[in-house]
Design a protein around this ligand. Structure first.
Ligand code: EPU
Length: 285
């Protein structure tokens, strides 16, 4: 009664890249306990279990996903509560929503989140960032389901967060988090949000994508590198390197995951051959 379950749910309906085959079992829990029960059930039986939020940083293969995919989005996972200068948000809350709740509450610090296409759960997992700020810069505490199937809350300083990677949240799943901002006036917040929006609109594509494909290597930003290597507008099947930004692959038709992977492979190979750079994907595959 605490979850909705679908069989063979197509992942291209749940990823911003609009590619990916079916998940065998698709589960939408409404409570933390239900989420925990599903994970424990799967782990006890050796059934693969994964979590998919907004699917905005994810490339699902055409063959789909074996086992269970948990999608925390409704019920407690969609709740947002403002408490003083902090905001508590469920894993299924969109970053855009957090930004607008913060604006209404007169809290500054959340403006950059307007440009993040994902949900809180995924943003925590990958320490999503933009405009020089990262998710964990604002995290106060995270409530998560740990590897033993227990629900725990941990303070920020007990969690190691790196550039686009929070290793602990690979097998532990974030359920909610408390973020901190500071009091400000609506005009200032509005202005910061518009600046962030403007920068994104002028440099990033609107077409279906998974955001940045590669992590920025030390040599130069990945977008600049892909650009320098001459890949802009080149394609494999229906997947194309964006003209607006070299680190975006856009799906401008009926691209398959295979098309996208083919393009990623070509770019990685050339970056290695010509610049000796090992490009690491930022999207999860
Ligand atoms: N550039 C090029 N050609 C391109 C793209 C970029 O020369 O095709 C140059 C730009 O002119 C600029 C530099 O590369 O000098 C960096 O580009 P940009 O300012 O767009 O930032 P980025 O490092 O490519 C990062 C994040 C983005 C985030 C933006 C804005 C990574 C991998 N990417 O991009 O995050 O939106 O900053 O803050 O860290 C994402 O995580 O999915 C993502 C898109």
């Amino acid at each position: 009664g605490n979850a909705k379950v679908h069989l063979y749910e197509l992942m291209r309906k749940h990823t911003t890249m609009l590619v990916g085959g079916p998940a065998q079992f698709w589960v939408e829990p409404l409570t933390h306990n239900c989420f925990a029960r599903v994970v424990r059930y799967c782990r006890e039986r050796g059934i693969p279990v994964r979590v998919l939020g907004r699917g905005s940083n994810l490339l699902v293969r055409d063959g789909g996903i074996r086992g269970v995919v948990i999608h925390p989005s409704k019920g407690v996972f969609g709740e947002v509560v403002v408490e003083g200068d902090t905001i508590i948000a469920g894993a299924g809350v969109r970053f855009k929503k957090l930004a607008s709740v913060a604006q209404k509450a007169g809290l500054t610090g959340f403006e950059w989140m307007e440009g993040i296409p994902g949900n809180v759960g995924g943003g925590l997992r990958m320490n999503a960032g933009a405009m020089g700020t990262e998710t964990f810069d604002q995290v106060v505490e995270v409530t998560f389901l740990d590897e033993d199937g227990e629900i725990r809350t941990r303070n920020r300083d007990e969690i190691k967060a790196f550039y686009r990677n929070v290793p602990e949240l690979r097998r532990s799943f974030a359920l909610s988090a408390r973020f901190i901002g500071s009091a400000s006036n609506h005009g200032t917040i509005q202005q910061k949000m518009e600046t962030s929006m403007g920068k994104r609109r002028s440099s990033q594509p609107l077409a279906a994508s998974a955001g940045c494909i590669f992590k920025n290597p030390e040599l130069m930003p990945a977008g600049m590198l892909v650009d320098t290597l001459g890949f802009k507008d080149s394609s494999v099947g229906k997947a194309r390197v964006s003209l607006e930004h070299g680190n975006f692959i856009v799906n401008d038709g009926k691209a398959s995951a295979q098309d996208v992977l083919g393009l990623i492979d070509q770019i990685r190979t050339k970056a290695k051959q010509e610049k000796s750079v090992e490009l690491e994907t930022e999207v999860q595959i």
